[in-house]
Design a protein around this ligand. Structure first.
Ligand SMILES: Cc1ncc(C[n+]2csc(CCOP(=O)(O)OP(=O)(O)O)c2C)c(N)n1
Ligand SMILES: [Mg+2]
Length: 280
């Protein structure tokens, strides 16, 4: 099939970036002996599209630039992914990644605002990021700044009541500079969403809360970029991309086993995983 063409975007380069991010996540978590590799793998293409697909406006050499777009990693346990992306974007030296979860390291198990440049919010206690995003949108409005705010949510995270309070509030405030991306990998920590607490019908739910809803393949960068661009031109209401993903994407035996949620791959597993990622 011919490659989709998106103006000014080299999809081949972005796919290579996604591969490098997966390899770094694998390395970081295996070195640390803990962390959340499968949750991180799940959203690699989403963050690749945001940061390297000319969607987010940011300046690594001026992390608190007032007009920057904000990205909030609400599913904060996917911190390895965020750190890898920020290092590749130039916020800090990639060597920092190998200190994941070490005492006194700025690269902690969950992101901490103010400790590492580019980390916009302290997250990890699930359910809070969308509310933070609304605050940024309203703050931008007050300050006459036109930045946009992007929030990555987990599907298990959407079982938290605060998400739905924020969903109501965002529509009430016509927060059209807010885009949520839901990493819909169908699993949370302890098992399938449909068993733990079902979320469907998800599209209808968000629509009924007053949001612009788009479903997208969350591993298809060529689909994510146009969907994110469309969200930028939505007016009068917030947007959500429901991104269908696979938890553990890229490593077959992690995809097949949800118990990898909070578990790093052992060194021998990491060798197999690395080979798989390199062959894609
Ligand atoms: C308020 C709160 N409750 C529980 C947890 C423990 N916890 C960490 S990750 C997780 C599952 C999250 O699932 P999901 O949002 O689907 O993220 P995924 O890892 O699948 O991307 C849970 C319950 C938490 N971090 N915060
Ligand atoms: Mg999930």
């Amino acid at each position: 099939m011919p490659e989709t063409i998106i103006e000014n975007i080299d999809l081949g380069l972005l796919k290579e970036k996604a591969r490098q991010l997966r390899l770094d996540i694998l390395e970081m978590t295996t070195l640390a002996g803990s962390g959340h590799p499968s949750s991180s793998f799940s959203a690699v293409e989403i963050l690749t599209a945001l940061y390297f697909g000319d969607i987010l406006r940011f300046r690594p050499d001026d992390p608190w630039w007032p007009a920057r777009d904000r990205f909030i990693m609400s599913k904060g346990h996917a911190a390895p992914l965020l750190y890898a992306v920020l290092a590749h974007a130039g916020y800090f030296n990639r060597e920092q990644l190998w200190r994941l979860r070490q005492l006194d390291s700025p690269v902690q198990g969950h992101p901490i605002q103010g400790v590492l440049p580019g980390v916009e919010a302290t997250t990890g206690s699930l359910g809070q990021g969308l509310s933070l995003g609304i605050g940024h949108v309203l703050g931008g409005r007050l300050n006459g700044l036109d930045y946009r705010v992007y929030v990555l949510l987990g599907d298990g995270e959407c079982e938290a009541g605060q998400i739905w309070e924020a969903a109501m509030a965002a529509a009430h405030f016509k927060a059209d500079r807010l885009t949520a991306i839901l990493d819909y990998n169908k699993y949370q920590e302890t098992g399938p969403i449909s068993r733990e607490m079902a979320l469907e019908p998800l599209v209808a739910k968000w629509q009924s809360f007053g949001w612009q809803v788009t479903e997208v393949d969350g591993h298809d960068i060529a689909a994510l970029i146009p969907a994110l661009r469309a969200a930028q031109s939505t007016t009068g209401k917030p947007s959500i991309l429901i991104a269908h993903t696979i938890k553990g994407k890229g490593v077959s035996f992690v995809e097949a086993d949800f118990t990898f949620h909070g578990r790093a791959l052992k060194p021998d597993q990491a060798i197999r995983a690395r080979e798989e990622i390199l062959c894609q």
